[in-house]
Write a protein that binds this ligand. Structure first.
Ligand code: HEM
Length: 331
């Protein structure tokens, strides 16, 4: 059920956009109003979450460490896995965000035939995750072509690189299109085929992948199969950006389905686990240097305690103490 329900929701969303545009002719609703609302919810939701996380107090340094901390000069310091300063943190974060380094070092535990526990290499998830995220990002960057006029040279360059294995296809075939479909399918099947991962998975895990798969599939269909009028779409998209809403004629329904699914993703994003996009930068287990021994970190929540020294105490009670024969430090 936890796989069927998300699948049915995604199919229902596709049917809704199809019926709304093809049946009821609600082009403005699906072409302008819903995407506009989705964009606002995405932006405000994203900012709200990031500000909420950024305001959370982090009184102590709690980086996860995976190597020797900085200590005596003759003990080799593991600068990346136990960073002691800003440079190490930046290097660690960059490798984490760009190459998913911790996932690369992930191992899988298995019970062998003889019943003992064995740890093995587990690189497929890392590879699938990396290919998925990079192709997603490159596709998004390429989409800027629809929003910008003239198209920046960098995007044209990216398009040329992405279609370098162009053979007999017209229009140019993008490597990232194949990559995102293969990687997202792998990530989905991984949660279906393996009983352990299926047990751990929630409907939300399947929903996110299926929704993204549906977005990529409608995009690919639109580009290579049901050709759509990209010039008219560009008019619509630029209308959205410049707030001069007009819905040009002759845009195929597949575009509205694509855009509606993207809108649903945008609305869902700030409330879902997909917020790891913003969260990864704010994770105190990664973005702090481990300088606990070199520097004293004082908890800012500590109450301001009024202390009283013995000297002050004695100053107040010296005469009384002397009267009853108690020893005093100062006469
Ligand atoms: C999560 C965001 C999105 C994803 C993952 C996505 C994915 C894709 C993919 C994989 C393609 C196939 C061709 C290509 O790679 O360029 C595509 C095509 C397309 N997408 Fe998207 N898309 C997204 C957002 C949007 C948005 C917001 C719009 C418009 C407002 C849009 C409009 C189009 C159009 C017009 C095409 C066809 C391009 C052509 O024929 O060259 N997409 N999309």
């Amino acid at each position: 059920m936890k796989i069927i329900n998300p699948l049915l929701i995604v199919l229902a969303l596709i049917a809704l956009a199809y019926a709304g545009v093809n049946g009821a002719g609600m082009h403005s609703l699906f072409g302008v109003i819903i995407p506009g609302i989705a964009f606002i919810i995405f932006l405000l939701g994203f900012i709200n979450k990031v500000v909420y996380w950024a305001k959370a107090p982090v009184p102590f340094r709690i980086p996860t460490t995976g190597g020797q901390g900085k200590t005596l000069p003759w003990i080799k310091h593991d600068k990346l896995d136990n960073p002691s300063g800003m440079a190490g943190v930046l290097g660690r974060m960059a490798l984490e965000i760009l190459l998913f380094r911790s996932l690369f070092r992930n191992t899988k535990a298995e019970i062998t035939g003889e019943g003992s526990l064995a740890y093995g290499s587990s690189k497929w998830l890392w590879l699938g995750g990396l290919v998925f995220h990079w192709s997603f990002l490159l596709i998004l960057v390429r989409h800027l072509r629809l929003f910008l006029e003239p198209v920046p040279g960098l995007i044209t360059l990216l398009e040329a690189g992405d279609s370098m294995f162009q053979m007999a296809f017209l229009p140019a075939f993008y490597l990232t299109d194949a990559a995102i479909l293969i990687a997202a399918t792998y990530l989905f099947l991984r949660r279906v085929v393996s009983p352990q991962i299926k047990y751990l998975s929630l409907p939300a895990d399947y929903f996110a992948i299926l929704l993204i798969l549906a977005i990529a599939t409608t995009g690919v269909l639109m580009r290579y199969y049901y050709r759509v009028d990209v010039v008219a779409i560009k008019d619509l998209v630029r209308g959205l950006v410049t707030f001069s809403f007009n819905v040009p004629e002759g845009i195929g329904v597949i575009f509205y389905i694509h855009l509606f699914l993207v809108s649903v993703l945008a609305i869902y994003f700030p409330f879902s686990k997909l917020m790891h996009l913003g969260g990864v930068f704010l994770s105190p287990t990664r973005n702090l240097a481990n300088n606990n021994r070199a520097q004293r970190h004082i908890n800012p929540w500590n109450p301001d305690i009024k202390i009283r020294t013995y000297e002050e105490y004695e100053d107040e009670f010296r005469e009384k103490m002397k009267d009853v024969g108690l020893p005093v430090e100062k006469e």
